[in-house]
Design a binder for this molecule. Structure first.
Ligand code: NI
Length: 167
């Protein structure tokens, strides 16, 4: 049975750690991925990075389907921005920054590379929501958050509000 993990809330400094590459594709990786999916579904999120549950490895889970029945796991994901891309604006949210939404512009054409849970390498040029979501989650693995794209003033406001609510 998968278990629910605790999600770190901004401005927890552990959200700023840079995640390490996954080199062992063993049972414990599968267990963590399953626990992260459980945690993400329970919190009604569409994506979750291992960093957010205080595991500092390059692992992301996601489900962009309406029916919440298409779990995706990305290990060691990376992307290249493709020529001819435009900036695509999307209102994003984050399970580590509850109650906060902001429109963020990200490149709309990327080449994505990742490994599956068994270590097999895949590449794709995603479209739409997946493009945005994967960039948001890869940011987490780099210790970067949505609030880094907004003004310092606004970021401080979000920080103070969450410190009051969650500490
Ligand atoms: Ni997030």
């Amino acid at each position: 049975m998968a278990k629910k993990l605790k999600i770190l809330i901004f401005p927890d400094p552990r959200l700023r750690k840079v995640a390490e590459k996954v080199t062992k594709f063993d049972k414990s990786l599968q267990i963590l991925a399953n626990d992260m999916l459980e945690t993400m579904y329970d919190a009604n999120g569409i994506g979750l990075a291992a960093t957010q549950v205080n595991k500092h490895i390059r692992l992301i889970v996601m489900d962009l389907s309406e029916e919440r029945n298409q779990p995706k796991i990305f290990v060691n994901p990376s992307f290249k921005i493709l020529k001819g891309h435009k900036m695509y604006e999307f209102e994003e949210g984050c399970l580590s920054i509850p109650g906060f939404n902001e429109t963020i512009a990200r490149p709309d054409k990327i080449e994505l590379k990742w490994q599956d849970i068994n270590g097999k390498v895949h590449t794709d040029t995603p479209e739409g929501l997946l493009t945005v979501c994967i960039q948001h989650e890869i940011d987490h693995l780099e210790g970067k958050l949505m609030v880094d794209y907004i003004s310092a003033l606004k970021r401080d406001r979000v920080r103070n509000k969450l410190l009051k609510e969650y500490n």
